[in-house]
Structure formats: structure tokens, C-alpha cells
Design a protein around this ligand. Structure first.
Ligand SMILES: NC(=O)c1ccc[n+]([C@@H]2O[C@H](COP(=O)([O-])OP(=O)(O)OC[C@H]3O[C@@H](n4cnc5c(N)ncnc54)[C@H](O)[C@@H]3O)[C@@H](O)[C@H]2O)c1
Length: 329
């Protein structure tokens, strides 16, 4: 394959702008040809920083454009299904930011429509060097059988409109996919709860505690705090029979001065996962150009994460442990 892949990006907010910059400037074999956002000024500002991208207002127009070979969807979660379905209708490969959809019902419709594996989902932790090394270490048997995972996921500030359910379907969905991928097995039961209420948070953005039980009995205990105030942080530790594997947040810069030690904490996810996004996008471009499936999460992976997320939403609402009904599809 010699021709550059012409990628169209729908949604030029935080993620779309970042992906555009990486695809156009730090990925081989790809160029961003068209960007679309209903905020056309935002799209135009992003296009300015790219080599030769034109701007359209409408995502469906972008999907149908002759100068778009493949599509990246980075709009709000509720809009993913319609754009992914339109890509499938035109036979164009699509990388959809996580989550594939906000509900399992929507995810199922996409799985049914994606008969040839055109859909990839942006669960970038699968490409983070730390998570890749963690998975390899677990597989090597160095800590024996994995028994417990502790996971911490904190955002500085919640997005406007955040609800208890969206903390699960939008944020904790990263851990849901990660646990399935890390341990190579399905999640069979979930328990979601929150600690005591305080005036510091509104109800929706209280810390969320999720317990994810894998088929073989490994239990992952996850804390997701979407309004942690101090910065962005993702960490974890896997406890096995003979040792533990810790995945610490890599410090950006550590300062020793005036009798003190200080590490910077990033304000959001982009510095923490910069390499993961780059490797993920390169994998996708290479696969699409070669006409083979990418190593990204598939539509089915995205859907199965949706199924577990729906069970977690039910657990949070009902205050009980919920068994996941794994679909046969
Ligand atoms: N993988 C990750 O680490 C990660 C991190 C953050 C966000 N995300 C996901 O990426 C997606 C975008 O998140 P964001 O933080 O960039 O949001 P954002 O609000 O910054 O950007 C979304 C953009 O999409 C545009 N948009 C929304 N609906 C549209 C429509 N129907 N047609 C055209 N444009 C539309 C908005 O105008 C906005 O510019 C979300 O699905 C989110 O869950 C993934």
C-alpha cells in the first residue's frame, strides 16, 4: 500500500483535536483530509493546524465524502451509534472513541451491522506501554494466579451533565474493558456503590466504587472519582499468589528543591496516555491500509463493555450485586 490513508474526523473537541494532531503529524501513512464539527469555528481552528484538511459542518456529509477513506468519531457519546452506522452503510472503516455507545442495546445494533469487522473502538489503555507490560507480566506467571486488582481512576473535574450512570458508561468503561483485556476473560458479576454523601460533590459525581468479578474468580476493585480536584491520575496494582504488580502513574517531572520533593500531576489524560494514543492510531492506520482487522477493541468488545456497564448501572440504582447476562451473540 502506498497511498496515504485519508482520514475524516467528526468532532474536533478535546479528543478530536488531539487525534487530528497525532494522525496528521505523528503517524506514518495517514493524512487528515476533512474535519467536521457542528461548531464549525472549532473545526476550522483545528484544520488550521493540519496539512490540508477542509472543514464541513455535518458528520454525515464527511462520511459520504470521496476524499475520506476512513472515519474517526470523536463526538459526544450519544451520537456515536448514528455515525458508526453511517460508516458501515458506506463500507468505510471507523475508529469510534469509547464508549462504542451509551447502552448495550445500541452496542448490539452495531455488532449486528458490523459483519466485516470495520469498527474499532478507542480503548487506548490496550496500547499504553505500562498496561501492555502489566498484561505480559501477569501472563508470564511471575506473581502466580492473579487474585485481586486495585484500580484508581481520577479526573480533575466532571464534564457538565455528568450523572451517576454516565460515570459508569463514560469513565469506568475504561476499567471494564481493561479488566476483560488484562485477564482475557469475561466479567460475570458487578457491584457498584458510593461512599457517604457530602456537600463537596453533587450526587452524580461522588466517588464510585466498582467491584468486577471475572469468570475465574479474580476480583477487581475500582475507584472512579470524576471530580478529584487535584488532577488526573490512573494507577493500579494486581495482587497474585506470590507477589504484586504495581502500575504507578509515571511522573512528568520530579523536583527536588529547598528540602522538598515534588512531582507534577497532569491536568487531564492526554499527557498520561500520549504514547497509547499514538500507538493506537498507528495500529489502526496500518491495519486499514493493509485491509486487515486492527488490534484495537472490536465492536464486540465495545458491546460487551456496554453490557457490563449496564449491569453496573443497575447495581448502582438497586444497591445490589448484579450478575452480568452475557449475550450469546
Ligand atoms: N479515549 C479517551 O481517553 C477519551 C478521553 C476523553 C474523551 N473520550 C471520548 O471522546 C469523545 C469526545 O470527547 P471530548 O472530551 O473530546 O468531548 P468534547 O466535548 O471536547 O468534544 C466533542 C465535540 O463533538 C462535537 N459534536 C457533538 N455532537 C456532534 C454532532 N452530532 N455532529 C458534529 N459534531 C458534534 C462538539 O461540538 C464538540 O466539539 C467522547 O465520546 C468521549 O467519551 C475518550
Amino acid at each position: 500500500v502506498t497511498a496515504e490513508l485519508r482520514v475524516g474526523i467528526i468532532g474536533t473537541g478535546v479528543m478530536g483535536a488531539d487525534h487530528a494532531r497525532i494522525l496528521d503529524g505523528a503517524t506514518s501513512g495517514a493524512t487528515v483530509s476533512v474535519v467536521a464539527d457542528m461548531d464549525t469555528e472549532r473545526a476550522a481552528a483545528v484544520a488550521k493546524g493540519l496539512r490540508q484538511a477542509r472543514v464541513v459542518g455535518d458528520g454525515l456529509e464527511l462520511i459520504g465524502a470521496d476524499d475520506v477513506d476512513a472515519v474517526l468519531v470523536a463526538t459526544a457519546d450519544s451520537t456515536h451509534e448514528a455515525f458508526v452506522m453511517a460508516c458501515l452503510a458506506t463500507g468505510k472503516p471507523v475508529l469510534c472513541e469509547k464508549p462504542l455507545a451509551p447502552t448495550a442495546a445500541a452496542g448490539a445494533r452495531i455488532v449486528d451491522a458490523d459483519t466485516t469487522g470495520l469498527v474499532s473502538v478507542g480503548f487506548m489503555r490496550r496500547f499504553d506501554p505500562g498496561y501492555v507490560a502489566l498484561k505480559q507480566a501477569i501472563k508470564s506467571g511471575v506473581i502466580g494466579l492473579p487474585l485481586v486488582m486495585h484500580g484508581i481512576h481520577r479526573n480533575a473535574a466532571a464534564q457538565p451533565g455528568t450523572t451517576g450512570a454516565s460515570v459508569i458508561t463514560n469513565s469506568a468503561i475504561h476499567e471494564i474493558d481493561e479488566v476483560r483485556w488484562l485477564f482475557d476473560e469475561e466479567i460475570v458479576a458487578v457491584t457498584a456503590r458510593t461512599p457517604r454523601r457530602t456537600g463537596r460533590f453533587d450526587g452524580a459525581v461522588h466517588p464510585l466504587l466498582l467491584s468486577l468479578e471475572s469468570a475465574s474468580g479474580t476480583v477487581s476493585e475500582i475507584e472512579v472519582t470524576v471530580a478529584a480536584a487535584y488532577g488526573y491520575e490512573v494507577r493500579g496494582e494486581v495482587v497474585g499468589e506470590t507477589g504484586t504488580l504495581a502500575l504507578d502513574a509515571p511522573p512528568l517531572v520530579a523536583l527536588r528543591s529547598a528540602g522538598q520533593y515534588r512531582e507534577d500531576i497532569p491536568g487531564d489524560w492526554r499527557p498520561r496516555f500520549a504514547e497509547a494514543y499514538r500507538v493506537e492510531l498507528q495500529d489502526w492506520v496500518d491495519a486499514v491500509r493493509a485491509g486487515v482487522p486492527s488490534n484495537l477493541a472490536s465492536a464486540r468488545d465495545g458491546y460487551l463493555a456496554n453490557v457490563v456497564a449496564d449491569a453496573a448501572v443497575a447495581s448502582l440504582a438497586g444497591g445490589t450485586r448484579v450478575e452480568v447476562e452475557l449475550p450469546s451473540r
